[in-house]
Structure formats: structure tokens, C-alpha cells
Design a protein. Structure first.
Length: 154
């Protein structure tokens, strides 16, 4: 999961201010953004190729372009980034278990059938296996709820 995806999940970009205008990406680097500080997270909006969340200054890996759009200056807390790291660590550590549990449940086309007095029900759950970081037993969702917003407008 990326920082962009986690911000979108909770509808909270930790927005501090917005800089609108014409921006240039050259040699994979974003030009100067007024008010952005070194190490600050920014969100590029309105680009053809580079929309996303990055750490400023962005000096490589962008696609060259000039665009009219916005750069959001964000104030993403360390605890939020730590939550992202914890989710990614869980997903990495449990990738095989999730894959195996999913294959077991999906191995047949029916969850239940009944005919002539005979009833068959196939296992439809994953039992004790958490198959997503969203599983409430893992606690990620409750940690993320602290950061959730009902909506955002800019």
C-alpha cells in the first residue's frame, strides 16, 4: 500500500495549504514549489503523468512534463506513516497465508446446495485467517479511524 492509497482510504490528506499554478518536471525532478519544505510530503494534482504523494524535493523518478495544476503541502504525522509501515509489514508477512486461504475458499463454485432432501454447505469464510489488513481483529482499522474524515474538499 502506498501513502497515497492510505490517505485516500481515510479521506484525509493532512492538508496544510495548496499552491496552484504551472509546474515543470524536468529530468525526473519537480521544480521549486513555493512554501514547500525539505522532507515535507506533497501531493501533485492535475498532472498527466505524476499525480501522487511524494516527499519534497522530488528529484527523480517523475515523468517530464509541464502542467497546470496544484501541489498540496501536507502535514502527514509520523504516526500515520508508522501505521502505513505496519500495514505493509503485515501484508508482506502474510501474503502466502492469504493466498492459500483465498484459494481454499474459492476452489468450488457453490457455497451451498440442496436437492432431494440432501443439503451441502461449503465453507465460505476464512476462519481464523485474517485475509486483509482491514480485518478488525488486527487493529489496523481502529488505528486508522483516528485519522478518518467524513469528506474532504479543496
Amino acid at each position: 500500500m502506498t501513502l497515497y492509497e492510505l490517505c485516500a482510504e481515510c479521506r484525509n490528506w493532512h492538508l496544510r495549504s495548496v499552491v496552484r499554478g504551472r509546474f515543470t518536471v524536468s529530468g525526473g525532478a519537480l521544480g521549486e514549489v513555493s512554501g514547500a519544505q525539505t522532507g515535507q510530503y506533497i501531493r501533485i494534482v492535475g498532472s498527466v503523468f505524476n499525480d501522487g504523494v511524494y516527499k519534497y524535493p522530488v528529484t527523480k523518478d517523475l515523468t517530464d512534463e509541464t502542467f497546470d495544476g496544484a501541489v498540496w503541502l501536507l502535514g502527514i504525522p509520523d504516526d500515520f506513516v508508522a501505521l502505513l509501515n505496519d500495514i505493509n509489514a503485515w501484508e508482506t508477512a502474510n501474503a502466502d497465508a492469504v493466498k492459500n486461504a483465498t484459494a481454499e475458499v474459492l476452489s468450488g463454485p457453490y457455497t451451498s446446495e440442496s436437492f432431494a432432501g440432501y443439503t451441502y454447505t461449503k465453507k465460505t469464510g476464512f476462519g481464523d485467517v485474517a485475509t486483509s489488513w482491514r480485518d478488525p481483529r488486527l487493529g489496523f482499522a481502529s488505528r486508522l479511524n483516528v485519522w478518518r474524515k467524513a469528506n474532504h474538499a479543496v
